[in-house]
Design a protein around this ligand. Structure first.
Ligand SMILES: Cc1cc2nc3c(=O)[nH]c(=O)nc-3n(C[C@H](O)[C@H](O)[C@H](O)COP(=O)(O)OP(=O)(O)OC[C@H]3O[C@@H](n4cnc5c(N)ncnc54)[C@H](O)[C@@H]3O)c2cc1C
Length: 292
């Protein structure tokens, strides 16, 4: 049986030191992916585990210029319950509210969700439409990368073995009336993995013309992806239901789904149009209800 070492650093410096020069060490935050993967026989726990729950500051949520900075340990429950996120980054709150069960949402963190990098990750499409940035630190260095560049493939990110994801930064929103939404197709209403998901962000001027449109898709490619053709069909246009239907139709061109036990590729492609349209309609309704 493998001997495992478990460290519980109480400072950021000690956490980074525990990761330095040890390719067998891995971080555990809420453990809802790492521990569950081991117990289900999917992936054994690493030899050395660095638990970060005692590192101060990693659970903070704070204004950052005109944006918001979420520490790596902010849980899905806190994201769902945050009035600030509900008001400005609603698609992210929608996504957090869908993760697992109440227990999963209270233990599972934004940092763990992002580094786990499942193609069906709930926060992925919202982070793409908000053009989020990822902050990483290691001994002697720190860097910030765009979320869109951070995720490389299923379970693969740009996080090096000696790096800790310290925060997820949500930049300020473009000016205008904006609304966003995330929703997913699911066969049951809880404890489900997205068959297809979509996040939309729409920004309108005072005449109802769309000044910015962003749409991202979940579980239809190796990573969450933007749908540029759909977005282009909305920018500069007065939004109505026909415009949204047109954009949703165009979103299918971005989808590269696969057949798996939960759905065929053809079904996923067809449902991409439906789910993209619902996300766009909800974002539009919320933009109309918002004040600039
Ligand atoms: C019953 C159940 C239902 C679920 N439902 C959903 C769902 O609906 N949608 C969804 O998206 N996910 C779901 N998940 C997956 C999981 O809950 C989330 O991905 C969660 O956000 C993971 O966070 P965590 O803190 O538990 O990560 P952990 O398990 O602690 O870590 C996950 C991975 O990230 C690494 N890591 C964690 N934090 C950091 C950090 N700060 N820096 C560097 N590396 C780090 C770990 O080394 C590990 O590789 C579910 C899980 C369970 C058990």
């Amino acid at each position: 049986m493998t001997e495992r070492a478990f460290a519980t650093p109480t400072t950021l410096e000690d956490a980074l030191a525990a990761l330095e020069g040890d390719p067998h060490a891995a971080v555990v935050a809420g453990g809802t992916d790492l521990v569950v993967a081991d117990r289900s026989g999917k992936r054994a726990l690493p030899e050395r585990i660095v638990a970060i729950h005692r590192v101060p500051g990693l659970d903070s949520m704070e204004e950052d210029g005109d944006g918001l900075r979420l520490g790596a340990l902010v849980t899905h429950a806190r994201i769902d319950g945050s009035p600030e996120i509900q008001a400005r980054y609603r698609a992210l709150a929608d996504a957090a509210a869908l993760v697992g069960s109440p227990a999963t949402r209270h233990a599972g963190t934004i940092g763990g969700n992002v580094v786990n990098a499942s193609p069906a990750i709930e926060t992925g499409s919202p982070l793409l439409v908000f053009e989020a940035e990822i902050e990483l630190q290691r001994v002697g260095g720190r860097r910030t990368v765009r979320y869109s560049d951070f995720v490389r493939g299923p379970g693969l990110t740009d996080c090096r073995p000696d790096e800790l994801l310290t925060a997820v930064r949500l930049p300020g929103l473009p000016s205008g009336r904006s609304g966003s939404a995330y929703l997913r197709l699911e066969y049951r209403q809880a404890m489900e993995i997205a068959i297809v998901g979509a996040a939309a962000l729409l920004v309108l001027d005072s005449t109802g013309r769309c000044t910015d449109a962003r749409l991202a898709l979940t579980a239809v490619a190796p990573t969450c992806i933007r749908a540029p053709e759909a977005e282009a069909r909305l920018r500069g246009r007065i939004i109505d239901e026909a415009a949204l239907a047109d954009a949703a139709e165009a979103s299918a061109s971005a989808a590269k789904p696969i057949d798996d036990v939960r759905a065929s590729a053809d079904y996923r492609r067809a449902m991409t149009v439906v789910i993209a349209r619902r996300a766009l309609e909800t974002a539009w309704r919320r933009a109309l209800e918002s004040t600039a």
